[in-house]
Design a protein around this ligand. Structure first.
Ligand SMILES: Cc1cc2nc3c(=O)[nH]c(=O)nc-3n(C[C@H](O)[C@H](O)[C@H](O)COP(=O)(O)OP(=O)(O)OC[C@H]3O[C@@H](n4cnc5c(N)ncnc54)[C@H](O)[C@@H]3O)c2cc1C
Length: 408
């Protein structure tokens, strides 16, 4: 039976990064992945350019039942630390929007960088290989796969979240945790487009492709992950709403709840309509100041005010305009699900883990890192930063089996 200091299950962002560091710290590391191609989520991320971190990444960019949990890992390995590594490899990058850093050329460069780091650490990476059973043993953990049996002092679970099963996503970490009675927070798709059965536009297809800035909020104050408000672009699609604004809101949205969309800023609307020169303009003409003409006409029609001059609008209808366009509340029918989601909300309950190490309190030598943990980043490079930060603290906290295992 082959013996290792560390076995990492999952050769994605967190698993490869952790393995490379551990190997370079002198540990004997084996990485096992069930996919035929590894690092696929990195490759497809950020439209093929990988939004690998965010300059402004901090604890407020994450959802977790314990919002303080991320602080330790993020402070020990920050976005600046990862940027230094990217620079060391000569990977060209640029800031796109609100601190989001993307590769100039290809996300494949990040995958190659992680593999090079693993090579420096003499890490053995085996794939495709199916882990069949994992058991605790005297020297740590015994892992049985379709290709062999291994023992290791440390076991790192880095199998990611549930989005995009077609490229290898699985619930392996969650099922394994439940078997060991490690608590798991229920999961749902996040950073995902929202679907609507009715109530937005007469014919969605007529408006598909239109994108413009809105303010959006979702979530209930007293429930789970709380509420959030984002100022981002909204994209109308054939099936519903998407774009950064809606993806961000989807992480906080739960079935049956409404989302609030401010299509139109009330102050700007009141400034425009308060100008005497605009008294004789029709509602649709005024709305064109803010929306593409097709949408301005649609909103004016929905309000029953198409062609009506501002001077002729009753107070009741003025209020209707504000309620409809500045405080629009609608219940999505659902999300487009795991195939279209970028991340998972929920996962391994952080209460079971040490924030400084990612080790399971009850099981020395067992770690969960990356997306399988109940830590979900906002859109914009925060999810990868969590993968890097959680992997870093884990790799630096691996135990020397015999001395520490005896405490278990
Ligand atoms: C389309 C898309 C675009 C995205 N773009 C961005 C972006 O630009 N910026 C950003 O910050 N985040 C982005 N994300 C999110 C980001 O990709 C993930 O949060 C991140 O990859 C999580 O890292 P991880 O290592 O935890 O999991 P992953 O990178 O998903 O790696 C998990 C690995 O575990 C393997 N695995 C799963 N089950 C098993 C098993 N049973 N046995 C063995 N191996 C297993 C998988 O094959 C995979 O290789 C995007 C996600 C998607 C889907």
């Amino acid at each position: 039976m082959d013996s290792y200091d560390v076995i990492v299950v999952g050769a994605g962002a967190a698993g490869l990064f952790c393995a490379g560091i551990a190997g370079q710290l002198g540990k004997k590391v084996l990485v096992i992945d069930h996919s035929a191609v590894i690092g696929e989520k990195i490759r497809i991320s950020g439209g093929g350019r990988c939004n690998f971190t965010n300059l402004h990444c901090g604890p407020s960019n994450f959802l977790s039942m314990n919002p303080h949990f991320v602080k330790s890992a993020l402070s020990r390995y920050s976005s600046q630390d990862f940027i230094e590594l990217v620079k060391k490899y000569g990977i060209a990058f640029h800031e796109k929007h609100k601190g989001q850093l993307f590769c100039d050329n290809s996300a494949k460069e990040i995958v190659q960088m992680l593999l090079s780091e693993c090579e420096l650490g003499k890490v053995k990476i085996q794939y495709p290989e199916e882990v069949q059973t994992i058991n605790q043993c005297d020297t740590g953990w015994q892992v049985e796969t379709n290709l062999g049996n291994y023992v290791s002092s440390n076991l790192v679970m880095a199998t990611g979240g549930l989005p995009v099963p077609a490229i290898g996503a699985s619930d392996f970490a969650l099922t394994f945790a439940k078997k060991l009675e490690i608590p798991v927070i229920s999961t749902r798709a996040a950073l995902v487009p929202l679907a609507f059965t009715s109530g937005i536009f007469s014919k969605m297809e007529d408006f598909a492709g239109i994108s413009f800035p809105v303010q959006i909020s979702a979530g209930l104050k007293k429930k789970n992950y709380g509420t959030a408000n984002f100022a981002e672009d909204l994209l109308i699609t054939h099936k519903g709403l998407s774009g950064p604004a809606v993806l961000q809101a989807s992480s906080y949205w739960q079935e049956g709840e409404p989302v609030q969309i401010e299509w139109l800023n009330q102050e700007k609307w009141e400034t425009l309509t308060g100008n005497p020169e605009n008294r004789l303009k029709t509602i649709d003409q005024l709305l064109i100041e803010f929306f593409p003409s097709k949408l301005a006409k649609e909103f004016a029609t929905q309000l029953g005010l198409f062609g009506v001059k501002w001077a002729e609008v009753s107070n009741k209808n003025k209020e209707l305009i504000i309620n409809h366009l500045c405080r629009w509340s609608i219940k999505p029918a659902g999300t487009l699900g795991w195939n279209k989601a970028e991340v998972m909300v929920g996962g391994i309950d952080t209460k079971a883990l040490e924030g400084k190490t990612m080790m399971v309190k009850k099981y020395p030598g067992l770690f969960f890192i990356g997306e399988c943990v109940d830590v979900t980043g906002h859109l914009g490079g925060h999810n990868f930063q969590w993968a890097w930060s959680s992997a870093y603290v884990c790799a630096n906290s691996l135990i020397n089996a015999h001395s520490e295992k005896t405490h278990s």
